[in-house]
Design a binder for this molecule. Structure first.
Ligand SMILES: Nc1ncnc2c1ncn2[C@@H]1O[C@H](COP(=O)(O)OP(=O)(O)OP(=O)(O)O)[C@@H](O)[C@H]1O
Length: 448
């Protein structure tokens, strides 16, 4: 299977069954690094990378391989492979792939390297039967395999990069890492790189002295000073302007900041966590995020799975949100829970929370693919904005940029509709209100 569609469908099936994880081995069978191998046993909290960069779990010397070429992640009985925007592409047999689900026995080609993927017969060790870490709830396999590492990370001070789609609980996990650790009594400060205008980011981060710039009527502490002794979460780190990245790196390396307009450096003792919705490997690969800063921030990485890949957690989360709103548990019907469990939740747990709260306040029906479309702001607005920003950042001429937006939309539309209809083109076309041949044409050009 080498299709995003098949991948969605397979993932859903697997999570309904909640089967155990498999162990995969990726071995270089051809190329300058022949004989090198890595084992993926599902206990890793994020994908493992293959490429020339030292950040990669499987570091290759092949000059035709990009620094971060592909990411590998075991998902139950399958191994998920994702190209990270490599220069020379990723091939399965002769087919160029963006992402694919492998079951073992395949050979993946990157540059002049061929990687053989094998699935071991024995199952991976099951993660402990925990159903929460701090305030982060979930007993799906996807979540349980993160908890042991979260527990260890909470006790340490090493920088952690938390990745995941919007609303998957990145900020909540950061808070829980803080609350479960020795710094719990000290401040937890969040700095969102997208929340302040670009020209004020530096003074928000490092503080400023009185008169440092027009409008600086009094001195102000930056977030590092505010978080001293505690934890700082730098949210949306992928959006930090490239010109500010060396300054942040220097502050982290020296554990000291100098306020804008100031002439002395101040030491700080801050545990730094960062979060991103973007794929930072991709950003590094594209030269938009500095590799050295990435290494500083991502000493450990945790990737939070989207809610659609852990549907088993939906009833538990819905019940917890329902109870926290003070509503009687018996009023939450099984039918409603079933409807919620079937919905794809593009806005993840945040969207589920909003749906539960709306239901309690207004008695609204559960969302379903056939229900009235949500306003874009509350549904996929943030995802859409992310895609638009990425395209705008390429500074293309108007026509080419519009074409990219259209292609991104068509691809996502086709993927989702097919996933909702079990990969059946006829039914997906009917649901989209277009002829099968037209749907097939759009599918062929957008998922090639
Ligand atoms: N596993 C979870 N258990 C309980 N609540 C959760 C979980 N994940 C998310 N939430 C809740 O969902 C909402 C969104 O979570 P949060 O703000 O942490 O997401 P995020 O990934 O940081 O989103 P964004 O990328 O948009 O900033 C919050 O109300 C949070 O408490």
């Amino acid at each position: 299977m080498s299709h995003a569609i098949d991948f969605e469908r397979t993932v859903m099936q697997r999570h309904d069954a909640d089967t155990g994880e498999c162990i995969f081995v990726a071995t270089v069978v051809d190329g300058p690094d022949a004989g090198v191998a890595i084992t993926l046993d599902g206990s890793q909290p994020s994908s493992l990378l293959v490429g020339q960069s030292p950040a990669c779990a499987l570091q290759l010397t092949d000059r035709e391989v990009s620094r971060r070429h592909i990411a590998l992640e075991p998902r139950g009985t399958l191994l998920h492979v994702r190209d990270l925007g490599s220069t020379n592409g990723t091939y399965l047999d002769k087919v160029k792939i963006i992402e694919a689900e492998l079951s073992g026995g395949e050979v993946v080609r990157i540059g002049s390297t061929r990687l053989r993927i094998e699935r071991r017969p024995e199952p991976a060790a099951a993660p402990p039967k925990l159903d929460a870490f701090g305030r982060v709830l979930g007993s799906s396999l996807e979540m349980r395999r993160l908890y042991p590492l979260c527990g260890r990370l909470a006790q340490s001070s090493i920088p952690v990069l938390i990745e995941g789609e919007t609303g998957t609980g990145k900020e909540l996990l950061a808070e829980s890492l803080h609350e479960e650790g020795p710094r719990a009594a000290a401040p937890f400060v969040v700095f969102d790189c997208t929340a302040v205008p670009a020209n004020l980011v530096e003074s928000e981060l490092f503080g400023h002295e009185r008169g440092a710039f027009t409008g600086a009527v009094s001195a102000r502490r930056g977030v590092f000073e505010q978080a001293d002794g505690g934890t700082l979460l730098i949210d949306e780190i992928g959006e930090l302007d490239i010109t500010l990245q060396p300054k942040l790196l220097r502050a982290l390396e020296r554990s000291e900041v100098r306020r804008v307009g100031g002439d002395r450096s101040m030491k700080f003792d801050v545990r730094v966590l960062s979060a991103t919705r973007r794929n930072l490997d991709h950003e590094v690969q594209a030269g938009r995020f500095r590799d050295d800063l990435f290494h500083r921030l991502a000493v450990a990485r945790i990737e939070l799975p989207p809610l659609r890949r852990r549907r088993g957690d939906i009833p538990r989360l819905a019940r917890a949100i329902w109870a926290s709103a003070g509503a009687p548990p018996e009023e939450l019907s099984d039918m409603l829970l079933r409807q919620w469990s079937d919905y794809p939740w593009p806005g993840n747990v945040r969207e589920l929370r909003n749906a539960v709260v709306r239901r309690l306040a207004l008695g609204e029906l559960a969302p379903s693919p056939a229900s009235t479309p949500e306003p874009i702001e509350s549904l996929e607005g943030e995802l859409v904005r992310g895609v638009l920003e990425q395209i705008l950042a390429q500074n293309l001429p108007f026509g080419a940029a519009r074409q990219r937006v259209l292609e991104a939309f068509e691809r996502r539309y086709v993927e989702r509709t097919l996933a909702e209809h079990g990969g059946n083109v006829l039914r997906a076309a009917a649901a989209s209100g277009v002829a099968r041949r037209h749907f097939q044409r759009v599918k062929s050009r957008s998922l090639k």
